[in-house]
Ligand binder design. Structure first.
Ligand code: AMP
Ligand code: MG
Length: 430
């Protein structure tokens, strides 16, 4: 019996991306665990972090110099009597609690500014003469002082659940005394490669066989995006075994397949998923590379597909999301970035973030056919504000070597045919 045909649903890039984002917003992240601060770097925070005290906890001098009353600097140069020195650390007992007219404290960066002075003059604009200091530059009230609580008030939210813990977030957690953090457990992402020609990396090769590289590029991308890759055996272009392996893949939190989603006679992934009652949100996107990318979900019960059939419609239904990415290696890499990453990040507990492109000057002109949004391997070169990008010559979306020479993608809108050198173009980094 022929398998049920799947209806084709080809979306623009933006609509396809929106479909993923909408479903990602409903994804439920998994379990949580507590980790030491340093091990939590690169993970996703599962608890809110609040300020345990005002930040800064005291008015903090931001320069080495003299703490003064700005009123005393009305005429310059001004000569003030130095009545004490304040350094970072505990306030020495002999520091007077206030300043009288014509007086100043010598003060160091990071030291608490006592009541009395209302600004700090940088040491560069002063000269010490005995126990007096001559000041040659005026300051405005508050200059070179960060007021107590100006960065955050005690109890206020510093990092929300869902924050990706980069170095700044780790520093902030450290600064409020958190040596352990509650984070989300990494979601497990099954990787299923399909194709009769595909063999494992270490296998003896026949002349027309192709080594499996997609499972490895995907695993690397999954790890980098905060997931735990689970590599399944290679599926042949044969429905029975493919069905078995898909079922195995659905035990993970997300299933990413590669290959078998094009229009060929042996591209069986969509058919097998359709038999498994899949709901397809798109079966293609108007992009290149990566046009045949598929996104959907299947009803899933942890008791297995058989249990689902027996339970009928009244049973509480949960779903597993899947992506069917095209098998051409560059297409696989691009479509992971564009579509699978936001779903994986959501399952990892991350708050959603928009996909952003940067703009740089095009180094050499591009001629391209219209109709598809292109994400073409390119090299970002130049330096600093003079950065520029140019396409890497390639043989199409199977050309892993070209992709490996690239360090970004140039993003070309579907209506552009000819882009001149020197024009601004969008690039997607990685
Ligand atoms: P498909 O999407 O199955 O039509 O495959 C498209 C192209 O990608 C074919 O040339 C495949 O041989 C190649 N391909 C598919 N899967 C992989 C893989 N896992 N590693 C490397 N190349 C692959
Ligand atoms: Mg194939």
């Amino acid at each position: 019996m022929p398998p049920p045909p799947t209806q084709s649903l080809i979306l623009s890039f933006e609509d396809a991306r929106r479909a993923v984002e909408q479903h990602a917003a409903q994804a439920v992240p998994g379990a949580e665990e507590t980790l030491d601060l340093l091990r939590a770097a690169g993970r996703v925070l599962a608890e809110p972090i609040t300020a345990d005290r005002d930040i800064p906890p005291f008015p903090r001098a931001t320069r080495d110099g003299y703490a003064v009353r700005t009123a005393d600097l009305a005429t310059l140069p001004a000569k003030l009597r130095v009545i004490g020195e304040i350094k970072a650390g505990p306030l020495p007992g002999h520091v007077p609690s206030t300043l009288n007219r014509g007086e100043a404290f010598s003060i160091m960066t990071g030291a608490p500014v006592p009541p009395g002075p209302d600004a700090v003059v940088m040491v560069e604009y002063t000269s010490l003469q005995g126990d007096s200091v001559e000041i040659t530059k005026s300051v405005t009230p508050g200059e070179n002082i960060v007021a107590q609580g100006a960065e955050a008030k005690r109890g206020s939210l510093l990092l929300d659940r869902g924050t990706w813990l980069n170095e700044a977030a780790i520093a902030l957690a450290a600064s409020v005394g958190r040596s352990r953090l509650q984070v989300f457990v990494r979601p497990r992402v099954a990787v299923l490669t399909t194709g009769d020609e595909i063999v494992e990396v270490e296998a003896e090769l026949g002349p027309t066989q192709i080594r499996n590289s997609n499972s490895y590029s995907l695993a690397a991308q999954i790890q980098e995006a905060g997931g735990e890759p689970v590599l399944l055996p290679i599926a042949p272009d044969e429905p029975r075994r493919l069905r078995q392996l898909i079922e195995q893949g659905l035990q993970s939190d997300l299933l990413i397949m590669t290959g078998g989603v094009s229009m060929g006679r042996y591209d069986l992934v969509e058919q097998v998923l359709a038999e498994r009652q899949a709901e397809f949100f798109f079966t293609g996107a108007k992009i290149q590379p990566g046009r045949p990318a598929v996104f959907g979900r299947v009803p899933y019960s942890s008791c297995g597909a058989g249990a689902l059939a027996r339970e009928g419609a009244s049973a509480p239904l949960s779903h597993k999301y899947f992506f069917g990415l095209p098998g051409n290696p560059v297409s696989t890499m691009v479509t992971f970035e564009l579509f699978a990453r936001p779903m994986l990040e959501a399952l990892a507990g991350m708050s959603p973030r928009p996909l952003t492109f940067l703009h740089v000057r095009l180094k050499s002109e591009i001629h391209i056919k219209t109709g598809l949004k292109r994400f073409l391997p390119a090299i970002l070169s130049g330096a600093y504000e003079e950065s520029q990008a140019e396409l890497v010559p390639w043989q199409g979306s199977g050309d892993i070597a070209a992709r490996a020479r690239a360090n970004c993608y140039i993003v070309i809108p579907p209506d552009r045919e000819h882009i001149l050198a020197g024009e601004w173009v969008a690039v997607m980094l990685r």
